[in-house]
Design a protein around this ligand. Structure first.
Ligand SMILES: Nc1ncnc2c1ncn2[C@@H]1O[C@H](COP(=O)(O)OP(=O)(O)OP(=O)(O)O)[C@@H](O)[C@H]1O
Ligand SMILES: [Mg+2]
Length: 413
């Protein structure tokens, strides 16, 4: 093993994704130094050195990163999480490592700064406006019209996405958003606080683009088709590669490249979310990190053979990317939802499900015995499990994911 190290800033909350990210660095021969709020149990044997820091405290985190670099040969600094994009950019700049420009990192994290930087690109943005309070929202909606969506500018994980269909929806949405946009509810709100954006409602098929920017070059790997719940837009399923027509995919890839370059992204992975209305792409947002929901950690590899997480390490250390597929399969996942609140007691039907070889994994996302609640009380716990499958065709994949939804039952008490 080399004596060079990769500096990780925090790990993804989902253990299996965190695990895969650490394994990717080790497989490429690096030591792992972790700077983060906590060292989860599963990571102890994969992390060579752990430095516990409140990573919301940028000055302290930067100081610790400098100390780490003084004692280690750091080849690159990586984030797999949304909230650490800016800190990782700042550390890369400070240590002279490949990274994303610090100004671009703000645009990656704040949905308003992001949209403000893209107004010159024709026809991709929904109408949008900044919202601080109910009066702002009323004024903005008068201009944007219904339906529209109001959401926090700096959150992720679909925390606080409210559809607005008429005047009566404005006050309840703002009341909920003011309650949610509080660091006590979720620490993500320590970064941008109670700032919101209202957007015209985009229609069409929802999708994401998974890719990288390396030394100023955009590499869009593939498109993922996505389905979300009504009305809170929690992800239900992801299927890849997309089956949109080739001409649509070409246009979307071209738009995605234009967007990430206009934002100044560089030396990072990206996960761009959009809708395709049959004629044009409507842009939702782009994250400067790999996709979650097991897309980057498991599905891309299952469908194409490309190791997305290994490439996240490569882009951070300045190594050439390896993005050539070695297979041509269809992979996807569907979440299993709790139908009401209660205590999660486990899943029925899993053993029977695995009689069918197309299923790769069933992951639980909630610990058995814990309470689950539905949005808007809680945005994270309704999805209790995820089923991943693989097939030779999209039809085959659809059949597997549909059957999984029927077969797996959530036990609640
Ligand atoms: N302008 C819009 N028009 C239509 N749907 C939207 C719009 N904005 C958001 N949504 C829906 O809400 C979802 C979450 O929105 P967004 O990606 O902006 O928030 P997020 O908190 O970053 O979510 P996540 O981390 O899950 O991607 C989108 O994937 C989409 O389904
Ligand atoms: Mg999003």
């Amino acid at each position: 093993m080399s004596t060079r190290s990769v500096l990780f800033v925090n790990l993804r909350r989902i253990k299996r994704e965190g695990f895969e990210s650490l394994v990717a660095a080790r497989r490429l021969g690096y030591r792992v130094v972790l700077l983060g709020r906590a060292l989860p149990e599963f990571a102890t044997e994969l992390v060579d050195e752990f430095h516990q820091v409140d990573t919301y405290d940028t000055e302290l985190a930067l100081k610790t990163a400098r100390e780490i670099a003084a004692n280690n040969d750091i080849a690159g600094v990586v984030n797999f999480t949304e909230i650490d994009v800016q800190l990782v950019a700042a550390i890369a700049a400070e240590l002279g490592l490949p990274g994303m420009p610090v100004e671009a990192a703000v645009r990656a994290r704040n949905k308003l700064a992001m949209k403000n930087a893209l107004t010159h690109i024709d026809g991709v943005l929904p109408k949008f406006a900044r919202v601080g309070d109910l009066a702002d929202l009323r004024e903005a909606v008068a201009h944007i019209g219904f339906p529209c969506v109001v959401k926090p500018t700096g959150a992720s994980g679909s925390k606080g996405i409210f559809e607005l269909h008429g005047e009566a929806d404005l006050e309840p949405a703002m009341a909920e958003l003011s309650r949610i946009a509080d660091p006590a509810f979720d620490a993500v709100f320590r970064q941008f606080g109670a700032e919101f954006i209202v957007e015209e409602y985009l229609t069409g098929d929802e999708l994401s683009v998974e890719g990288f920017v390396a030394a100023g070059q955009v590499h869009s790997l593939l498109l993922t088709d996505k389905v979300t719940t009504v009305p809170f837009h929690l992800e239900v399923s992801h299927r890849l590669p997309s089956v949109l027509p080739a001409a649509a995919q070409e246009q979307i890839m071209a738009r995605a490249a234009e967007i990430v370059l206009a934002l100044g992204f560089d030396n990072c992975s990206f996960h761009l979310e959009a809708k395709w209305d049959g004629e044009r792409m409507g842009f939702i947002e782009v994250a400067a990190r790999p996709a979650g929901d097991y897309i980057a950690s498991h599905l891309v590899k299952a469908a194409t053979g490309v190791d997305f997480f290994a490439n996240v390490i490569r882009v951070a250390t300045g190594e050439p990317l390896r993005l050539t597929p070695d297979r041509d399969l269809h992979a996807g996942l569907r979440f299993v939802f709790a139908e009401h609140e209660g205590t999660f007691d486990g899943l029925d039907g899993v053993t029977e499900l695995f009689e069918e070889p197309g299923y790769d994994h069933v992951f639980t996302e909630v610990t058995p015995g814990s309470r689950v609640a539905l949005p808007p009380a809680n945005f994270g716990s309704q999805r209790v499990a995820a089923v991943c499958a693989r097939a030779n065709s999209r039809e085959g994949l659809d059949a597997l994911l549909d059957a999984a939804g029927d077969q797996i039952k959530v036990r609640l008490s």
